[in-house]
Design a protein around this ligand. Sequence first.
Ligand code: BES
Ligand code: MN
Ligand code: ZN
Length: 488
Amino acid sequence: MKLSLSTVAPTRVRADLLAVALTSKGIAKTKELVELDRACGGTLTRAIRRDDFKGKPGESVRIDVAGVGVEQILLVGVGDAELSARDVRAFVHRAASAASKLRTLAVLLPIDDDDAIRAAAEGVLGGAYRYLTYLTGDRRPKRMLEGATLLASRSDAKAKAALERGQVLADAIALTRDLVNAPPNDLTPKALAEAAKKAARAHGLDYRQWDEKGLAKLGANLFLAVNRGSAEEPRMVQLTYKPKRKAQKRVAFVGKGLTFDSGGLCIKPPGSMLEMKCDMAGAATTIGIAIAAARLELPIEIHAFFGAAENMTGAGAYRPGDVFKSADGKTVEIINTDAEGRLVLADVLAQAVKLEPDYLIDHATLTGACMVALGPWTAGLFANDDELARRYLAAADVEGESYWRMPLTEDLRESLKSDIADLKHMGDRWGGAITAALFLREFVGKTRWMHLDIAGPAFLERAHETSPKGGTGFGVLTAVRFLEQLVG
Ligand code: BES
Ligand code: MN
Ligand code: ZN
């Protein structure tokens, strides 16, 4: 889609639809709206009266108009409170969803500082997002949004740069969504690695991969154990972005990349298995973050690792009771083969730790328990460093993504003790999200580390706010904002 910024008057812009935000104060308070209403002969005022439109968030009305450059105007309620960039993103997202069957859209931005312009670009591209790869014939949309014009009071170089940054983030989110939505028969561990390679090549990141042999050489036996029941080959991937000028910080990301999680021999019931193509969302998020950071030329060295595997029930499948040695030398007794993510992550975290990053951050669709605790829209945040947690929550707040800090309850560590090995890989039923995090902590040493359990928000059953149904791209915005705030 072609996205542009323009200072042309809303009365004169040409598009199939013009979206304008309306606060509870009505039209009178905004000069542009008064002029727009006058130009179309008072149609807006009449529609507002007719529909008793109050400008509350969630309200919207679409009106046919004449006398201006557009055929229809969409009024979107945005409430009373002072608008933030994330409100602008939500409003523009709404406009783009409403315009999904049109060719061109114009949006009058209610505020237009750099952050609002950036968020508007994210909103318009995010709202227009569709996953179409597998649709054929009649199921392919006949028309799609081809161009969007953001109307602002400025289009200076800084404004244009903000628009471009928004576009970069929207692209990264779309890439993440596409990967999560891809069906598991096509998006195998190898295909996920190839997709990362392609993205890395396109944007100048270094790509490195480990196949089964390479993983065996590293002693990544926990990782390999998970993939033993699969006919597909596993992959570990590292994407590296190094800024041209000297990096101010080094941050490593790690993602869980289970392209499918059947549960293995401790097989899942069909109802819970269906959505398990989403179990590589951590890896997809990690890829999205690295690509965005590189395209934004952040002054931070970024290493994005992911472990891609498939948890299946083939003849070689690992069993409850098996014991394997991790890449960093700990023996682990397998309890339930459906707690596979932490095993893959343990061996990947051990590789990332070797780089001695300032921060190590993993994203993983790790536990159903985290969804039970926090609901579908909130990620669990576990950290061994208070400042890291604080910074991350602050970044999330700016972006409007929902994270909740969870405790690393020391007493629960007991439940990871095994009779015959150094560790069991899971604890008792209660506190399942916490014991999973405590298990991961065993592999990060003294590194400042944070684990983000995104089992809920990475993949949704129903659209929610600016997140579509299916893969959402949750996590990319907060991570990039965190990185920006780390150096700016
Ligand atoms: N991939 C799942 C967690 C998950 C559940 C992600 C729902 C997204 C939506 C994970 O591998 C898993 O199966 N976890 C088990 C752990 C249990 C066996 C200790 C769970 O949460 O039930
Ligand atoms: Mn599982
Ligand atoms: Zn899983």
